[in-house]
Write a new protein. Structure first.
Ligand code: ATP
Ligand code: MG
Length: 415
């Protein structure tokens, strides 16, 4: 036998049971996105590397060490997308979607980051991203949070909502100076990553996942002490609306994002049961990004929900539709089985025919696994039907299709 080719570490196939569960989750999520007036946008997986260097930032885990970057045959540097916002903004600018209009967009698909694979952290993973453009106030942020709550609630996910504000660029530059002064005073307690970041992107130091840094970061200055009037009014507006919508939240004074185009609101949902991979969904306002990528200044806010983490936390997964009919047949009667199956499908039923030529016993095993409500066994003399329920009957070949259709009731999802 030939040697098998191994898959890529941290890059998994979704096997049929998992894929079916994902499809049902996606359908339920789509229904909520529709209910909030969001439209799907399908974005490419490949972009120019430069896009991420500018949009995600040079001094981030993603760009420094996680991207799948390569030169294509023309010598252009391309990257597999590590996240969706940058590509969404890039595509929106190119298509003129942000000109004097609001947009509510969503996308779902694989993202790629070269991280150490572990539970809740993969190299190919999936995000549901939601982005809203052209709305400057806190109302859209509150609506985004309400949508996030729906999406998590729809699957019984229990997570705490943390919120904070990065204020305006002016607040942030005063805060940055104070934070750097503090970090310099505690340089001995910082790990290598943090010391490097301190110089170029100090807010990112607060993102550190190193538990040994927790103590020194807990006493770092809080950005709220640097908010100006604008920042405070925006944050108060946001939190008031959350209360009005009945959304429970906790203010997390050190929740930040490091990049200059973020402003005002940031939020994330953290689950207790995911260990270090606790954040299931994260987002905020990024008013500076459209301008940064060459578009006209456009207010923007969004979030990204990690689907693997959502699936791991879900307690309430929607049930799928099982097949209606499973047809067992001796190989010699396959042609009859196929004919019967076609007339059942004409009536809108879902039908699988066992064409493997297996023994009656193993066909029956497969039939039962299929969950079909009706099992039909083709014989020389007619068709033996079992179900719905435990009833068994022998019908003439010419009556079989009609008997099955009647006993299952009219259903027509394929037409
Ligand atoms: P983390 O802090 O866990 O590394 P992050 O800050 O890098 O997350 P974001 O870039 O904000 O994550 O992505 C949004 C969401 O995407 C995360 O909350 C998470 O649910 C999911 N996610 C991010 N990276 C991965 C990964 N490598 N594997 C699985 N899910 C991921
Ligand atoms: Mg990460």
């Amino acid at each position: 036998m030939n040697r098998q080719v191994a898959g890529v570490r941290g890059v998994a196939a979704l096997l049929p049971d998992a894929a079916a569960a994902w499809t049902r989750v996606e359908e339920r999520a789509r229904a909520w996105l529709w209910a909030y007036g969001f439209q799907e946008i399908r974005l490419p997986v490949l972009e120019r590397t430069e896009l991420y260097a500018r949009a995600v930032g040079e001094v981030t885990d993603i760009v420094e060490k996680e991207m799948y970057t390569f030169l294509d045959r023309n010598g252009d540097s391309l990257s597999l997308r590590p996240e969706g916002t940058a590509g969404c903004v890039r595509a929106g600018i190119e298509a003129g979607l942000f000109h004097h209009q609001t947009q509510r967009l969503w996308y779902l698909g694989p993202m790629f980051r070269h991280e150490r694979p572990q539970k809740g952290r993969y190299r190919q993973f999936h995000q549901l991203g939601v982005e809203a453009y052209g709305m400057a106030g806190p109302d859209i942020e509150a609506e985004l949070v309400a949508l996030g709550e729906r999406l998590l609630g729809a699957f019984g996910v229990k997570a705490r909502l943390l919120i904070n504000s990065l204020g305006t660029p002016e607040c942030r530059s005063r805060y940055r100076a104070a934070l750097v002064a503090y970090l310099e005073g505690h340089a001995a307690a910082l790990d290598e990553d943090s010391r490097r970041r301190m110089a170029r992107n100090p807010l990112r130091v607060l993102d550190s996942k190193n538990p040994e840094m927790a103590e020194v970061l807990a006493s770092a200055p809080r950005i709220a002490d640097f908010w100006n009037e604008d920042a405070r009014a925006h944050f108060d507006g946001f939190s008031e609306r959350l209360r009005a919508l009945g959304v429970r939240y906790e203010v997390a004074p050190r929740l930040v994002r490091g990049l200059d185009y973020y402003s005002h609101t940031v939020f994330e949902w953290v689950a207790e049961d995911l260990g270090a991979q606790a954040t299931v969904c994260a987002g905020g306002r990024y008013d500076g990004l459209v301008g940064e990528l060459g578009g006209a200044p456009t207010p923007a806010a969004g979030f990204a929900l990690g689907l693997e983490r959502l699936m791991a936390l879900a307690r309430d997964l929607p049930a799928g539709r099982a097949l209606d009919v499973f047809v067992m047949t001796p190989a010699a009667l396959n042609a009859r089985a196929l004919t019967l199956a076609e007339s059942l499908r004409d009536a809108g039923l879902g039908v699988e025919v066992h064409l493997g030529g297996a023994s009656p016993k193993s066909q029956m095993k497969r039939a039962q696994q299929s969950g079909a409500r009706c099992l039909a066994r083709i014989e020389e003399t007619g068709v033996v039907l079992r179900g719905p329920g435990d009833s068994e009957s022998h019908v003439a070949w010419s009556d079989a299709a009609e008997r099955i259709t009647t006993s299952l009731g009219a259903r027509n999802e394929t037409s």
